[in-house]
Structure formats: structure tokens, C-alpha cells
Design a protein around this ligand. Structure first.
Ligand code: SF4
Length: 125
């Protein structure tokens, strides 16, 4: 095998790898986007493509955990019957998953359920 054949083989080998990347990359990206959209849908958040609706607060995110956020005030005795609906930081916005949801000052850009609660609850005046 001469040097010219080696260069040609190397060129075609590289071409196959690059072409493969173009075939695989969109599949991987599509898969990631689909799983992200499905995760948002499970959480009750509309995908960004559907008008950029605000996502619901994830009880597992760091801030939510720090303030002991729960989506249903009845599930924690710490709430003492209080909930977002009666919190001064809450403002009604829309219905999500058949439940009232609104904005909360401590969770900028996200929504909380009216029946949720966290340790920052502050009695509405
Ligand atoms: S601060 Fe008030 S409105 Fe916000 S999550 Fe806590 S209880 Fe709900």
C-alpha cells in the first residue's frame, strides 16, 4: 500500500466519522429535548415552546428544600393549616393540573400551588 492509498483511507475514515456524528447528534439532541419536555409535563409545567409558560416549583430543588416547600400543605404538620393562598408572598395567576397556582416572591419565575406551603409563609394582611 502506498502513501496515497493511506491518505485516501484516512480521509474516508474521517469522512465516515464526521457523517456519523451528523446522523447521531440530532437523535441525541432530540432525545434530550423530548425527555426534558416530558419531565416538565409530569411536573405540570408547559414546555417553553408552548408560549414560555412559567414552570412549577420543583419540591426537590435546593431553594424549595431549604424552605421545606411541599405541594400540599396537608402533608406536613409544620404548615399548621397555613398555605400559599393565605401567604402575603402569593399572587394568583392561573390553573395548573386543575389546581390554582400563582407566583411567589421567593420563587421568582416559577409558580406554586395555592395549596402548597413553605417555612417562609407569612400571613396575608
Ligand atoms: S413564601 Fe408563601 S407563597 Fe411562597 S411558597 Fe412559601 S408559603 Fe407559598
Amino acid at each position: 500500500m502506498n502513501n496515497s492509498n493511506m491518505n485516501r483511507r484516512g480521509f474516508f475514515s474521517t469522512l465516515v466519522k464526521v457523517a456519523g456524528a451528523f446522523v447521531v447528534a440530532p437523535t441525541v439532541i432530540n432525545s434530550v429535548l423530548t425527555s426534558t419536555a416530558e419531565a416538565q409535563k409530569k411536573r405540570g409545567a408547559a414546555p417553553a415552546a408552548a408560549g414560555g409558560a412559567m414552570p412549577m416549583v420543583d419540591p426537590n430543588d435546593a431553594v424549595a428544600k431549604a424552605v421545606k416547600y411541599v405541594e400540599d400543605f396537608k402533608k406536613t404538620p409544620d404548615s399548621k393549616g397555613n398555605k400559599c393562598l393565605t401567604c402575603s408572598f402569593y399572587a394568583k395567576k392561573e390553573t395548573r393540573n386543575g389546581k390554582e397556582a400563582g407566583t411567589c416572591t421567593i420563587f421568582a419565575g416559577k409558580l406554586v400551588y395555592a395549596d402548597a406551603w413553605c417555612s417562609s409563609w407569612n400571613k396575608k394582611a
